[in-house]
Design a protein around this ligand. Structure first.
Ligand code: SAM
Length: 224
C-alpha cells in the first residue's frame, strides 16, 4: 500500500469522508449512477444469482441500487464514516475491507462473479497492480471486473513517479475540499500493462467531461 493511499485513507478518516458524504447530499449525481447501474446490469446479463462485491463503495449508491433491484451485492470500504453511511442508507451487506491490506479469504468465504472498483483515483501504479491481483484471485473463473481510471491524456502536465504513475495532489475546482488529494492518471498502455496477463477486455469506452474522455471504463473478464 503506497504512501499516497495511506495519506488518502488518513484524509478520509479525519473528516474527508464526511465532507464527501455532505457534498453527495447536495449533488447526488443521480444521472451518473443510473448510467452506471445500467452498464453493470447489462454486463451481468441481468443474472440476479451473480455474487457482486464493490471495492471502495464510498457512500454506497451503486450497491444500494443493485440491492434494490434484487442483486446479491456487498458494499465495502476501509473508512468507518463511509461504512456508517452505507449502513444508514440501508445496504444490508456491508464489510470493512481494505483491498490493499486485508486478506480477501479472511473477509469473504466465496469467490465473486463481479467486482466493481468505481472512481478510485487515489491508487498509484503499484496499488493498482495489487488491486488487479486481488481481484483476479477473488473472482470465479469467468468472473468480471468493472473498473474505471482517470485518463492520462486529459492531464498532460501531471508529474511522473519513479514507478511510472502519472499523478498530482490537488483540490478539484468543481468539488473543492479542505485538503489536496492524490489523483493518479492512466494511459491505455498503463491499462494494458495492468490487465494483459490476467484479464481479457470485454468492453472499453471513454466517458466524462465535455469531450467524454475524462475516464477509461472497462469490463474485464478473468483469463483462465
Ligand atoms: C473517490 S471515493 C469513490 C467512492 C465511490 N466508489 C464513488 O464512486 O462515489 C474512493 C473510495 O475508495 C475508498 N478506498 C480508497 N482506498 C481504499 C483501500 N485501500 N481499501 C478500501 N477502500 C479504499 C475510499 O475510502 C473511498 O470510499
Amino acid at each position: 500500500m503506497s504512501e499516497h493511499n495511506i495519506k488518502t485513507i488518513n484524509m478520509y478518516n479525519s473528516g474527508g469522508a464526511l465532507e464527501y458524504i455532505q457534498r453527495n447530499e447536495i449533488d447526488p449525481e443521480t444521472e451518473k449512477w443510473d448510467k452506471l447501474f445500467d452498464y453493470v446490469e447489462n454486463n451481468l446479463c441481468k443474472d440476479k444469482n451473480k455474487k457482486i462485491i464493490e471495492f471502495g463503495s464510498g457512500c454506497g449508491q451503486l450497491a444500494f441500487m443493485l440491492q434494490s433491484a434484487g442483486y446479491n451485492v456487498i458494499a465495502t470500504d476501509t473508512v468507518d464514516d463511509f461504512l456508517n453511511e452505507q449502513n444508514r442508507i440501508g445496504i444490508n451487506k456491508v464489510k470493512k475491507y481494505n483491498f490493499l491490506l486485508d486478506n480477501y479469504n479472511d473477509v469473504f468465504d466465496f469467490k465473486a462473479d463481479l467486482i466493481v472498483s468505481w472512481r478510485n483515483p487515489h491508487l498509484d501504479m503499484d496499488d493498482m497492480k495489487k488491486l488487479f491481483d486481488v481481484a483476479y484471485n477473488a473472482l470465479t473463473d469467468d468472473g468480471l471486473l468493472i473498473i474505471n481510471f482517470q485518463n492520462a491524456d486529459v492531464h498532460p502536465n501531471a508529474s511522473v513517479l519513479p514507478n511510472g504513475t502519472k499523478c498530482e495532489y490537488k483540490v478539484l475546482e468543481d468539488k473543492p475540499t479542505k485538503e489536496k488529494r492524490f489523483y493518479a492518471y492512466f494511459s491505455k498502455e498503463d491499462i494494458e500493462y495492468l490487465r494483459k496477463d490476467l484479464f481479457e477486455i470485454e468492453e472499453y469506452h471513454n466517458e466524462g467531461g465535455k469531450e467524454q474522455k475524462n475516464w477509461h471504463v472497462l469490463t474485464l473478464r478473468k483469463k483462465v
